[in-house]
Design a protein around this ligand. Sequence first.
Ligand code: SAH
Ligand code: SF4
Length: 430
Amino acid sequence: MNVRDSEAVEALLIAAGHTKASSEADAELLIVNSCTVRQKAEEKAVGKTGYLCTTGKIVGLMGCAVKRLGENVFKKLPKLNFAVGPRALGLIPKIVSDGRFPRLELGDEGLGDALSAHTGNGFQAFVTVLVGCDNRCSYCIVPDVRGHEYSRPAREVIAEVRALVKRGVKEVCLLGQSVLRYGVRNPAWDENDSPSPGGYNEPFPRLLEALSSIEGLERIRFTSAHPAGCTDELLRAYRQFPQVCRHLHLPVQSGSDRILADMGRRYTRSEYLKAVEKLRQFDPEFALTTDVIVGYPGETSEDFEETRSLMQEAQFDNAFIFKYSPRPGTRSAAKEDDVLKEEKERRDQVLLADQEKRGLERNRALIGTERDVLVEGPSKRNKSRLSGRDSGNRIVVWDMIEGSAPAPAGSIVKVRILDAHAQILLGEIV
Ligand code: SAH
Ligand code: SF4
């Protein structure tokens, strides 16, 4: 989501006549995009901004940490020129051209401008379809900083994706904190929109249907998901539209019903696992990734073992493990942060080691298969290799062979898998 926001600001500034500097040292204007989902993320962004403020250049801070800090941002960073919350990014070009500093913007003004601004570089694009969040999980600061949930009109999203595809985009990733809730809080479709040819009633599957009919769009991804959104209609859309990628990021957070209830996640362990089973039944190679929090207040070793066993049952392909950090103003921040730092670290390491092993086993099972891979370009580690991703978002790497057909970035090629690591598949072009 932050990568998307940075891109939008870049596009808006370029449209206003600015040019992108080749390096930090070259720039006259520097803007740091901040995250505040964990304390460490915020400290990093504020620390970096503090350093930039010593360079004498124009410096701005944008994003979630600004919204959380409010006026206090200038106490922490007295030399900062401007600070803009995550829903006011569209104001940045005007703030820069006005040059009246210091300036603080925390509202919603300019939201629409930022949502639709794209640089149009490359063949992959993020498209925000759902802004904000109303779920209020106990530990989470996102609703406070990103504001209420709002679904962009489907017509606007479809027109945007069409325009992106015209500019060469092959893959879009639809963004929302709980993206399957698209069109639930406010309607995304209105009576004037043509009916769904496939008879889809739920707003998100209907959006997938509409985007699947765009000629030239090869892949549709979306993130993040909640198990309640894994409906039969969503499954039907997966089945019907091959462009919809066989991967879902389905954050579970914990495997303990007691902790899940305290977190206010609105599903039980067994409901979560039912959603997993549905997806894996539909396609055994379906890739599932997740987020987990270790060391939530009151998490006992039994709770932790429940998380461990859930991860094994769900057979995740990849997982992001986070050590709990209390965020001011959230419900769980009122509870004692009682799991010791060392114990959080230990639980983190245990889950990482489990996942490494599981990821390797799951990837090994794909040896011998042929996979459609969207080429991303030369591999970072070895320039004589190409790298891309399969439908399950798995990284696939293969050797460039002299004399074989070119595989430019953005094209789809078939790769046969010969070997596997926990995070990467190695193959040969077919
Ligand atoms: N909307 C997504 C999550 C967005 S935040 C969802 O509900 O699935 C990204 C991840 O950060 C979360 O999934 C969670 O694992 C982690 N996270 C959020 N708040 C946290 C906190 N206070 N401490 C540690 N991790 C946190
Ligand atoms: Fe945070 Fe929960 Fe909303 Fe995700 S769904 S952003 S974890 S409040």
